[in-house]
Design a protein around this ligand. Structure first.
Ligand SMILES: [Zn+2]
Length: 115
């Protein structure tokens, strides 16, 4: 099941790229089947034009309910199923960008001049 860390995130999630919406929902289903855990959205829009979050093409998901090994497995599966399509980028990143470890899921712009 896809859950939201705050109610405003649900409203922001309604605005995300359609393909991203599908990948996030697929990720939630895969995570539930493999690890019997729900998926929590922790961040959607960010006011930074250098970030895919700015274009509603990225969503962050909680990772702390899984082990590191499970996180890496999920990252590998999602990137195999849904390749980003533009090197060196990947659809799912399991990373710590300064605010703690989490999953970042992104999709590519339809027009390549964007981030
Ligand atoms: Zn992110």
């Amino acid at each position: 099941m896809l859950l939201f860390n705050a109610e405003f995130l649900r409203e922001e999630f309604d605005l995300v790229d359609r393909k991203l919406n599908k990948i996030v929902n697929a990720t939630a289903t895969i995570k539930e089947v493999l690890f019997e855990k729900n998926t929590v959205v922790t961040s959607v829009y960010r006011d930074d034009p250098d970030s895919t979050h700015y274009y509603y093409r990225a969503v962050d998901l909680r990772s702390r309910d899984l082990t590191e090994k499970q996180c890496k497995k999920l990252e590998k599966i999602i990137n195999q199923l849904f390749p980003y399509g533009k090197k060196p980028y990947q659809t799912m990143l399991y990373h710590n960008s300064g605010s703690g470890w989490h999953f970042h899921i992104q999709v590519r712009a339809e027009h390549d001049e964007e981030v």
